[in-house]
Design a protein around this ligand. Structure first.
Ligand code: G6P
Length: 579
């Protein structure tokens, strides 16, 4: 969702802020803008993408600037609604990530006192509130008005005649970076890596003044010390490195991601929180939810522990049972619904664990315990390698809770990923690219994979796709089957195989083009399928990982054939920080 970036230091700030915004593009946005502090305050903003609109900054020499990528919530995407927003006189500029829930009443109040509004956004009230404190300095003004704001925010503010950037955080992510004779701030660390690996995660309620050599932070009226952390991600990891898209790069990284995550988990003693569990409730969204559902099948099958996977946004309407360990699964660690679910679990006195990819993310501060998935920075909106890293964690949990039943297959799991990467999917892509709608079906642990295959397909190709439990497709969706609705069926050699074969025969009889992922040597599958994609490996770990990669590649290659904007699909955001 919205991204913010700020720089104050010795260099010309505008080009650095534009580069910072480019690093945040992956979060998803529809408009962008920046404010440069010079002898005056210069603001430029535009609907559209940074690469196309080229901000005219060559003559802007200021050494302090803030910028924003906007994902519209209040007011349509437009030049006027883009950030930064200014006060009536144009002497204060604000960028904001989050939602000011009481903005309508604040706006009425400010209009009543003669302020003029230009945009439809909730953010603009902040600039006008600051304007009313213009007698003092910017830091004092920001601290004075924050108690008036209800909702969530990460804010950067600059003002004419005031040196540095004022930052504030409440419920939306904001990270500060300490660089060489510069201070930087951004919505996430990937945008800071060009400048520094030394970062400070602000806490809710913190206000900071950014000035080289480093920020000064206040909390509740007092100075606050926040630890400086070293990020172990490299700047190369957020570069394309010769791939056409980040998604493809991240799909290809999965072999090493799986091995790295597994190795790191087995290198440490089993965390106490995973010992003697009586039940697990997993809460997650999107791809992380699909991985969680797969965990439910795995852990119940191998360990006999009751597990349920819940969509995080629905969890608020449920009460977690008994003394379940509640596990938040979130690549970013910033998904608002998952954070709320974890908070609710804590309110009900449940022990909480978060499985996340981002060191220092909000979720790591909300949950009692953290397990890192070590996928490295994931830039493409469509999650791929974080799914595989989540699966690595779940295989590990199932293994340790079952006394090592999966260990051997886990240690060789990366091989199936490597084999799947070599498959030529062109015949399957030819079927999918012209489809009006695609069904993905599977049984057992392959049902969550069918959901994930469909999610990948719809996210990046814009073709309607649905994941279904294969046995359930007779109960409704059968009415939709036709030669325009291809079916992708996951048919591994598993307990579910005979039932899957019956299901796909029934679907084939309704005229669907049938893509089967299964044993490449099976004459039976060859006879039924229009396209048979060989699935590497024989054990559950290999079959799950191999299917995952094949489904990701099928979506990617179909989107490529359709010329879609793969890394930043329309209307989607990488990290959804509003409920
Ligand atoms: C967004 C992203 C998805 C992701 C989901 C959950 O919808 O577009 O790719 O799976 O959020 O994100 P999380 O960071 O919590 O795993």
């Amino acid at each position: 969702m919205c991204g913010i970036f700020g720089y104050t230091g010795e260099k010309k700030a505008a080009p650095l802020v534009i580069d910072g915004l480019k690093r945040l593009e992956y979060r998803g946005y529809d408009s962008f803008g920046l404010a440069v502090l010079d002898s005056d305050l210069w603001v430029w903003k535009k609907k559209g993408k940074i690469s196309r609109e080229k901000p005219p900054v060559s003559r802007r020499k200021g050494r302090t600037a803030i910028g924003h990528t906007r994902w519209a919530t209040h007011g349509e995407p437009s030049d006027t609604n883009a950030h930064p927003h200014t006060d009536c006189r144009g002497s204060v500029a604000i960028v904001h990530n989050g939602i000011i829930e009481n903005y309508a009443s604040l706006r009425q109040e400010l209009l009543g006192r003669g302020h003029t509004f230009r945009s439809e956004t909730d953010t603009e009230v902040i600039a006008h509130l600051i304007e009313e404190h213009s007698g003092g300095d910017l830091l004092t003004a920001v601290r004075a008005i924050l108690p008036r704001l209800e909702g969530s925010y990460a804010i950067l503010a600059v003002a004419e005649g005031y040196e540095g950037i004022v930052a504030a955080r409440q419920g939306s992510p904001l990270v500060l970076g300490i660089a060489d004779r510069a201070c930087v701030a951004a919505s996430d660390v990937t945008a800071l890596l060009d400048h520094t690996d030394r970062v400070i995660y602000l806490e809710d309620g913190d206000v900071a003044l950014l000035l080289p050599p480093g920020p000064t932070i206040w909390h509740g009226g007092k100075r606050a010390d926040r630890p400086v952390r070293k990020v172990d991600w490299e700047v190369e990891e957020v570069r394309l490195g010769g791939f056409a898209h980040y998604m493809l790069k991240e799909i290809y990284e999965q072999q090493s991601v799986f091995s790295t995550t597994v190795r790191a988990l087995y290198a440490e003693p089993v965390p106490d929180v995973l010992k003697d569990i009586s039940g697990i409730t997993l809460v997650a969204c999107g791809t992380s939810y699909n991985a969680s559902l797969l965990c439910q099948y795995l852990v119940e099958e191998y360990c006999g522990i009751p597990v349920r996977a819940e969509i995080a946004s629905e969890f608020r309407y449920r009460t977690p049972p008994g003394d379940d360990l509640v596990v938040g699964v979130t690549q970013s660690g910033e998904t608002a619904d998952t954070l709320s679910a974890l908070k609710k679990a804590r309110m009900h006195n449940h022990a909480t664990l978060v499985i996340t990819n981002v060191l220092g993310s909000t979720a790591t501060r909300v949950a009692d315990h953290t397990l890192y998935m070590r996928a490295g920075p994931e830039i493409s909106v469509a999650a791929t390698k974080s799914f595989v890293a989540e699966l690595a964690v779940f295989f590990y949990i199932a293994d340790v809770a079952s006394g090592g039943r999966l260990r051997q297959s886990i240690l060789s799991g990366h091989e199936a990923i490597g084999e799947a990467l070599l498959e030529d999917l062109s015949p399957a892509v030819d079927i999918c690219k012209d489809a009006g709608s695609i069904f993905f079906v599977g049984r057992g642990p392959f049902f969550p994979l069918a959901l994930e295959g469909a999610l990948k397909m719809k996210e990046i190709t814009y073709i309607h796709a649905e994941g279904y439990a294969a046995g359930e497709i007779k109960h409704g969706p059968f009415a939709l089957l036709s030669p325009m609705t291809p079916v992708v069926a996951l048919c591994p050699q598993a307990e579910s195989y005979p039932a899957m074969v019956s299901n796909i025969r029934e679907m084939k009889a309704r005229g669907v083009p049938l893509i089967v992922i299964g044993d490449g040597k099976s004459q039976e599958l060859r006879d039924i399928a229009d396209v048979l994609v060989p699935l590497p490996g024989e054990d559950i770990v290999s079959a799950v990982l191999g299917s995952t990669v094949l489904l990701q590649l099928l979506a990617y290659r179909t989107a490529e054939a359709l010329g879609r904007e793969i890394d930043q699909p329309r209307n989607l955001a990488k990290s959804v920080t509003v409920e």
